[in-house]
Ligand binder design. Structure first.
Ligand code: TXA
Ligand code: MG
Length: 316
């Protein structure tokens, strides 16, 4: 992926630093920010293009659902549906190193690239004052994966972020070394059952004591992320659609709809999951997608499209 070459500022996570970070977030840029686990690369979770720029900065060749960071349970309940078990966990461990995967409220306004098209959303209220202040100042929930380039380990200091993302992000807020140095515990809560998806600072035993009367109700480890795929067959690199195909265009290939008429890969990444869902709802029996270049975000878009096009024995 060609390296974007931005000047990267590193500044303390003080009031002035937070104000500048919030300004960049509102302008659709990703900013690195400390949490108590690892540094995150945060962007406006309500803007698909802002979130696409996280992938562009990380050079990540595939889309994965991201954690949405909130200030606490009030903001979280506007984004996802909490059952009593989820509420008990949030009350006990938030703010803190616990991420809850819960059913997404469709009206929440979270961009579909954040959940990679899934109907669940991962939510976390970090205890770090910098993340708390940034969400409040930006006035919106923030999508943030760990702030490392693809293939590098998660950063626990601003210097690690700089090593990995220098020239790729405009600002790194320096909050010193993170407390845990290990990513948050992730659990999915559905129908009162708590599934451990990723072990982390909060153990399965601790979760079990809060969320369920018996430890057997913690099922561990679960599948980390199942992926959204359209229900219909999908054909790639199509320049001319067959009569029964709904063509998703790109650039010069107009299609029935277009990922980006101007061949802008940030715009295309932001639109991808919405247009796949939309294609599933059309009367046409099959979906076709125009060729997408492999460079930059194109690699992640093509990775997702190839998975969607691969024959699936059964859907889960
Ligand atoms: O400590 C942390 O959790 C850090 C800080 C920055 O918050 N973040 C982090 O994010 O580790 P990331 O993107 O590197 O890992 C998030 C994990 C991914 O493995 C993803 O598959 C899973 O969360 N995930 C997100 N949404 C999901 C969903 N709806 N269902 C299942 N898994 C999900
Ligand atoms: Mg990571």
């Amino acid at each position: 992926m060609p390296a974007p070459d931005l000047p990267t500022q590193v500044r303390p996570a003080d009031d002035a630093g937070i104000a500048e970070a919030a300004r960049l977030i509102r302008a659709g840029q990703p900013v690195a920010v400390p949490t108590e686990t690892v540094y995150g690369l945060a962007a406006d979770a309500t803007s698909g293009e802002a979130v696409a720029r996280i992938y562009e900065a990380k050079g990540r060749p595939s889309f994965n659902p991201l954690i949405v960071h909130v200030t606490g349970i009030d903001q979280a309940e506007r984004i996802a549906r909490f059952d009593p078990a989820a509420r008990a966990l949030a009350q006990r461990y938030w703010p803190g190193p616990l991420t809850l995967v819960l059913p997404l409220r469709e009206e929440a306004g979270i961009a579909s690239i954040v959940t990679a098209g899934l109907t669940t959303v991962a939510l976390r209220a970090s205890a770090h004052p910098a993340m708390q202040a940034l969400i409040a100042a930006a006035g919106r929930p923030l999508a943030a994966p760990s702030a490392n380039a693809s293939g590098r380990i998660s950063p626990t200091r601003a210097a690690h972020v700089l090593d990995s993302l220098k020239g790729r992000v405009p600002l790194i807020l320096d909050g010193g070394q993170t407390a845990h140095g290990l990513e948050s515990t992730i659990v999915a809560v559905a129908d009162g059952e708590v599934r451990l998806l990723r072990p982390g600072p909060i153990s399965a035993e601790e979760l079990g004591a809060v969320a369920a009367p018996t430890p057997e109700r913690i099922v561990a480890p679960g599948q980390l992320a199942s992926h959204y795929a359209p229900a219909k067959p999908l054909r790639l690199n199509v320049t001319e659609a067959a009569p029964d195909e709904w063509l998703i265009g790109f650039g010069d290939i107009a299609g029935d709809v277009s990922l980006s008429r101007s061949a802008d890969l940030v715009e295309a990444a932001a639109a991808l999951f919405d247009l796949l869902h939309d294609a599933d709802r059309q009367p046409a029996a099959r979906i076709a997608v125009a060729p997408i270049p492999e460079d930059g975000l194109g690699a992640a878009i093509n990775d997702r499209l190839r998975r969607a096009a691969a024959p699936r024995p059964e859907k889960s």
